[in-house]
Design a protein around this ligand. Structure first.
Ligand code: ADP
Length: 642
């Protein structure tokens, strides 16, 4: 069955109405979606000269980033530069207006930001042709460059107010002796405007300083002149967009060149020039103005009418200075205006490497402390050594006196004998002289005997005196056999008195050693006296002491052996310790002193018990080989007994 015929066939008008309704609904829904998503805000940035011309380039950059930050939604920035601002050219301006119109006629932007005076002047000339109802912000412009009567309800101004006298006061405050200030300024229409304004505002300074205007010179000429300014000069950097030769200067290239060649410090009025070549002072703050401009832009985005937004002109910010320029021109912090801030302060070496320097100082201090402690310890040791040497010397002398005490009887006997003989001989001679014919030959014999006995007595006295004298350490080459022989002679009366037999078995070859004769003699005497003491209780026929000398490798050896009880087991090393004694009257210093003396001679002394009873003490001293002197032990050893 076919139902369609059951309805009335629609008329042409019905079709037309339905189609119109569908289109209207579609349109409405499209409009709604567009309203919900209006897309990014479109901002036309109108630059004076070009996007890289100072000071406006810095403001443009900061305004851009501030708007992006504050709006927090995408913003589409469209940049255009007013190329004809370099020199007024009406036909170029008209063409540029036409160009902008054709670009944005169909889809106007949400906001125009005119940056700098040239852009402001251009826009005000052409506001009616340039989207008359599009909101516009004049910014980075000096208040004098805005024609207030021409402002429309869609325009708002974020202006600055220059204060050239304040900038010049700053120069004179920093350098009170300033005589000349060269003013850098170019020849573009904007710069020409400002030259007139500056001349007017700075007129009060003319009596105090000479103002040298650079606007009619090419930049090359400016560089040359600035390099040879008279003493006490300064440079005031205003603008250098286009020089007298028609050359445009972008960014900071010209300023940096001038800084490199000028012989005077450079000041400015705008913070965009600060950062390398400018000394500093009160200047406009790029950041402050950019934040204000961005805030105004956001209010416009949010629907406020531009003409209703009024912003007071911004003056110079707190003075700021470049520490590097202060260093270069010798400016002290005390010369700066109160409240100034100092930028680019380079940390001093100490600040930059503080922890490394701290470490080095700590290490040096630790080292110094260690060295001091070591020196102190060394000094203490030396002192102790000297004191010990002093004691040892004193003890050695005491010990010698003690030994001498034991020798007194035999010394007396030794001297008495020749003295007795001398007396007898003298009496005999006297008797002979009484005869009228004395026997001259006999008398000569008697006199000879007297002289011999006298020599013998003198020799005994010499030996005893030399043993007892407080002699300094006097090392010299001696034959150990000779020292032994002499000591035996010295001791022979004592040995005989104590009914001891002494056997000397001396090496057949000479045993040259370097020694202090008396000290070595003292050691041998001590060993012999100890040996005699050890055998006191033995029957006299068994009291035998043997003194032997021999060559053992590169050493001369001397041993004193007895037939006493020997040294008790375990005491063999102890006998050399100070104050070790087994005798009722003993001091226990003899062997201790003997070891000190032998070690000072780079030798060795030790004791051993003999296989068939008795003790044996041995001394080894370095031999002097091939007439070559062998070192005399440690310096300490020499000191110990010297
Ligand atoms: P002192 O003779 O005043 O005791 P020494 O230092 O000369 O001091 O001797 C230390 C000790 O060594 C002696 O008291 C003794 O006990 C022991 N001594 C030394 N020589 C001998 C020796 N030949 N035989 C046994 N003992 C000895």
């Amino acid at each position: 069955m076919w139902f369609w015929p059951a309805f009335r066939r629609p008329s042409f008008y019905t079709w037309t109405f339905t189609a119109a309704l569908i289109i209207a609904l579609l349109h409405a829904s499209l409009d709604q979606s567009q309203a919900a998503d209006p897309g990014p805000k479109r901002v036309l940035m109108l630059h004076s000269f070009g996007p890289r011309f100072k000071p406006w380039s810095d403001y443009a950059e900061a305004i851009r980033s501030q708007i992006s930050q504050q709006w927090q939604m995408p913003v589409d920035f469209l940049d255009h530069s007013l190329v004809d601002a370099r020199q007024a050219d009406a036909s170029a301006e008209a063409s540029f207006v036409e160009y902008l119109r054709s670009l944005y006629f169909r889809r106007p932007v949400d906001l125009i930001v005119a940056i700098g005076a040239p852009a402001a002047v251009f826009v005000q000339h052409n506001r009616q042709q340039l989207f008359p109802v599009t909101p516009m912000i004049f910014t980075a412009v000096e208040q004098r460059r805005v024609e207030k009567e021409k402002l429309t309800a869609y325009d708002t101004v974020v202006a600055v107010a220059h204060d050239f006298p304040a900038a010049f006061d700053n120069i004179l405050r920093i350098f009170p002796l300033t005589k000349t200030i060269a003013v850098v300024n170019g020849t573009s229409p904007n710069e020409v405007f400002w030259e007139k304004e500056m001349r007017r505002e700075l007129a009060p300074f003319s009596g105090r300083v000479e103002l040298r205007w650079y606007n009619e010179r090419s930049f090359e000429q400016i560089l040359k002149d600035a390099a040879s300014l008279p003493p006490h000069s300064a440079v005031f950097w205003h603008l250098m967009n286009v020089d007298a030769a028609g050359v445009a200067h972008e960014a900071n290239a010209a300023l940096n060149k001038l800084s490199a060649s000028a012989n005077a410090p450079i000041f400015s009025y705008d913070g965009s020039f600060f950062g390398e070549a400018i000394v500093g002072g009160p200047m406009h703050s790029v950041m402050e103005l950019s934040q204000i401009t961005a805030a105004v832009a956001i209010r416009i985005f949010n629907g406020e009418k531009a003409g209703d937004i009024k912003t007071p002109s911004t003056g110079f910010a707190t003075p700021k200075f470049d520490w590097r320029q202060m260093e270069r021109w010798g400016i002290g912090e005390s010369n700066l205006p109160p409240g100034s801030t100092i930028h680019f302060r380079q940390p001093r070496v100490w600040e930059r490497y503080s922890w490394q320097i701290g470490m080095i100082i700590a290490v040096i201090l630790a080292q110094a402390g260690l060295i001091t402690a070591l020196l102190n310890a060394h000094r203490q040791r030396r002192l102790a050594e000297v004191q010990s040497a002093q004691r040892t010397r004193e003890l050695a002398t005491v010990s010698r006196f003690a030994t001498a005490g034991e020798l007194t009887a035999s010394i007396a006997h030794e001297i008495n004998q020749p003295l007795g003989a001398i007396l007898t001989n003298a009496e005999a001679a006297d008797e002979m002289l009484k005869s009228p014919t004395p026997d001259i030959g006999e008398l000569r014999e008697i006199v000879k005997d007297i002289l011999d006995d006298d020599r013998r007595a003198t020799e005994v006295i010499r030996r005893t005196r030399s043993l007892l004298k407080k002699a300094p350490f006097e090392p010299k080459v001696s034959d150990l056999n000779e020292v032994a022989r002499e000591t035996v002679t010295l001791l022979s009366p004592v040995i005989a008195g104590r009914q001891v037999e002494l056997k000397s078995i001396l090496a057949a070859i000479a045993l040259p050693i370097i020694c202090d004769h008396i000290q070595l003699q003292q050691v041998i005497i001590n060993l012999v006296v100890n040996a005699m003491d050890a055998m006191t209780n033995k029957p006299s026929e068994k009291r035998i002491i043997s003194i032997r000398t021999s060559k053992v490798e590169n050493f001369a050896e001397l041993s004193v052996s007895d037939r006493g009880p020997g040294i008790p087991e375990g005491k063999i090393d102890q006998v050399f310790e100070p104050f070790f004694t087994s005798k009722a009257e003993g001091m226990g210093m003899g062997l201790s002193i003997a070891r000190t003396i032998i070690e000072a001679h780079s030798g060795r002394i030790w004791a051993e018990n003999r296989d068939h009873g008795g003790a044996s003490f041995r001394i080894r001293l370095p031999l002097v080989l091939n007439r070559q002197r062998i070192g005399l032990g440690s310096a300490a050893g020499q000191t110990a007994l010297g």
